[in-house]
Design a protein around this ligand. Sequence first.
Ligand code: PEP
Length: 254
Amino acid sequence: MPSNRVRLIAGNWKMNNDVPAAKELAEGLVEKVPVNGVEVVVCPPTIDLACTSHKLEGSSIKLGGQNVYWEEKGAYTGETSCAMLKSVNAEYCIIGHSERRDYFHETDEDINKKAKALMAAGIVPISCCGESLEVREAGKHVEFVVDQIKKDTEGLEISDPSKYVIAYEPIWAIGTGKTATADDAQEVCGAIRATLVEIFGEETAAGIRVLYGGSAKPENIAGFLEKEDVDGALVGGASLVAESFAAMVEKAGE
Ligand code: PEP
């Protein structure tokens, strides 16, 4: 990995942890996650953002949302704005997670609008992409992900490449215990980097972090991080246990 990209480990708590559980996990993370030059972000459910933010105060762990709506305010029941995320000191926000694409019908056009709104607000998008098992078995995974990247980044202006993050998450590896191999991850992450070069030019593309996500855990993270175009991980299940998440940060710092 070229040295200008700081490794990033982000935890996606998904719809887990009520407020007391979120506070407990945040306390455990503050105690156990090492400060070792790796950038660390946790993304709790919206209801837990304020209490988690409070618990993370003074630590090196940053906060992120799991979703955002692009409008500033108004009659959008159930949604969360960029300003609301900023008000709890969220610096990152996941967008386009496959669960949101599948269960909530989020489109690439929505993801693109979310990225633009977040970047205008100074929040770093962690923009997810990834293919289904069917697409992979048809051998069309690279083409599929490249198409997502082109649509999700359309019209984006990236002045600071450290402020836009992509997470490659093959859907068949999320929460299933099936991981992609490190070579599988590199194949697609490398294609993502090449696409970013086409869109934004060499210099910007070289500074954008591309994460791997999908059943990543302390036992397998090192293999992914050895690959040239894998700059960190988006972690679901293993981010719910302070010891596991801390161990992954530890490995990422080695
Ligand atoms: C995720 O949902 O972003 C994820 C990668 O989940 P898991 O690590 O549990 O596969």
